[in-house]
Design a protein around this ligand. Structure first.
Ligand SMILES: NC(=O)c1ccc[n+]([C@@H]2O[C@H](COP(=O)([O-])OP(=O)(O)OC[C@H]3O[C@@H](n4cnc5c(N)ncnc54)[C@H](OP(=O)(O)O)[C@@H]3O)[C@@H](O)[C@H]2O)c1
Length: 407
């Protein structure tokens, strides 16, 4: 019997109205590429910080009802140009604009793809408004995981992970325990294995790491991503953040999570069960795969990504990460174990340190040193109110700024 080509397997899907927070970034653009293949998805709103040129192109092509620019000058500029072009898209500004389009009653799905802590308010608001939230903005969950999961439990929201590793784990878990907030320890799961490429500096001489440039750090061997996550991948802080993310999403503990370096980025993560079975998710390293999976969930649809040809792949390798080379991974795991405001402090210090590295103010190996010093100076607390989280975040940023200025 002939099977139809996988690309043509499509079921009828009900139409869906989407807000993309961070549409001008790497994940935002990939989301629009997937949406462009499927007319059942309507773009309700697009948001950015200040990239007017990219937002203008997106508005002209996708004609959203709203476009939000956080920067007020950028919003004015966009509004003028769009009006001049006869566009009906309404332009909003600031954080209020983000909150309005993340919670609007006409929206059912929110792609959370703002980078960093700035994504927390609209992403949390989307959860509280019971949207289907596709979570790329891991920093939002890391800085306020407990609040986030409490809001999720109290709402009718669905939270689907976009990070390729967590999306892979989601696909490998038993269906009844996939949705965020469930406790996988009761489902026969022995451990979760998160894979990591090891980034561009996996094999370079340790003594050269301090002098690597931002351009070298952003040149990821397998993935094309925004600058902040590219540096996080180079330090492996990204994997530390992902251990914390996995604990919140899948109701597990750091000891149940193993990190393995897998340079080929083909196995996106695995779940090992008590009987010795290991279920892995494989695919090309292309974010359109987890994005289209989450958009279509619980169905499947064409993502536009190329199909995997295992016969033409190099050998798949797996290594234990070297925590001397990657101290940020250790810091991430320790913050996951500590809990409370420790992940909030880690995330804030990391954002400031990465920004300072990208602007040439500190060296690459200063990143973990600054984060560890910030952690040492702040006492962790229970992270159960937004006020406590804001305070820990601001305190950590202030100390990190002071330390980077002195470095
Ligand atoms: N890229 C990936 O492959 C990948 C994979 C897994 C997870 N993620 C996660 O997805 C998130 C987005 O990553 P990315 O690589 O797409 O980042 P990116 O390319 O840097 O894009 C960031 C987006 O956020 C917007 N933004 C930046 N600062 C903002 C602020 N203060 N307020 C509101 N919006 C702001 C940017 O707008 P402007 O363009 O106007 O600056 C842009 O639209 C991150 O949390 C990252 O960890 C990314």
């Amino acid at each position: 019997m002939n099977s139809p080509p996988a690309n043509n397997i499509r079921s009828e899907r009900v139409s869906s109205s989407i807000t993309i927070l961070g549409s001008t970034g790497s994940i935002g653009k990939s989301t629009l590429e997937v949406i462009a293949l499927h007319p059942c998805y309507q773009v309700f709103a697009l948001t950015a910080n200040n990239n007017v040129a990219e937002m203008l192109q997106q508005c002209l092509r996708f004609q959203p009802r709203f476009a939000v620019m956080v920067d007020a000058d950028a919003a004015n500029q966009l509004e003028q140009v769009l009006m001049g072009q006869g566009s009906t898209t309404r332009v909003l500004a600031g954080e209020e604009g983000l909150l309005a389009v993340a919670t609007h009653s006409a929206v059912d799905t929110v792609m959370a793809a703002i980078v960093g802590a700035a994504g927390l308010p609209p992403t949390l608001a989307a959860v509280e408004a019971s949207k289907k939230v596709l979570l790329a903005n891991k920093e939002a969950l890391i800085m306020a995981g407990e609040l986030f999961m409490t809001a999720l439990a109290a709402s009718d929201a669905i939270l689907l992970p976009i990070d390729s590793e967590h999306n892979a784990v989601f696909q490998c878990l038993p269906p009844e325990s996939r949705l965020a907030g469930s406790d996988i320890r009761r489902q026969g799961v022995r451990k979760i294995v998160l894979t990591a490429s090891g980034g561009p500096f996996r094999d370079v001489a340790l003594e050269t790491l301090q002098n690597v440039t931002p351009a070298q750090a952003c040149r990821h061997p397998n993935w094309s991503m925004g600058k902040k996550i590219s540096v996080d991948s180079a330090t492996m802080m990204n994997k530390g953040l992902e251990v914390i993310e996995a604990c919140f999403l899948f109701g597990t503990i750091p000891r149940q999570i193993e990190v393995l370096i897998h340079p080929q980025s083909i196995v996106h993560s695995m779940v090992e069960y008590l009987d010795g079975s290991v279920i892995a998710q494989l695919g090309s390293p292309d974010m359109r795969i987890p994005i289209s999976y989450s958009l279509a969930w619980p169905e499947r649809m064409n993502s536009g990504a190329s199909f995997l040809d295992l016969t033409s792949q190099p050998d798949l390798q797996f290594f234990t990460p070297d925590l001397i080379r990657f101290p940020c991974l250790r810091l991430g795991i320790e913050a996951a174990e500590q809990g409370g405001t420790a992940p909030t402090i880690l995330n804030a210090a990391n954002e400031i340190a990465v920004d300072s590295f990208l602007s040439g103010r500190i060296g690459f190996m200063d990143i973990p040193v600054i984060i560890a010093r910030v952690q040492a100076q702040i006492t962790c607390r229970k992270a159960d109110t937004i006020a406590i989280i804001r305070q820990a975040d601001e305190h950590a940023r202030a100390i990190a700024r002071e330390l980077t200025a002195r470095t």
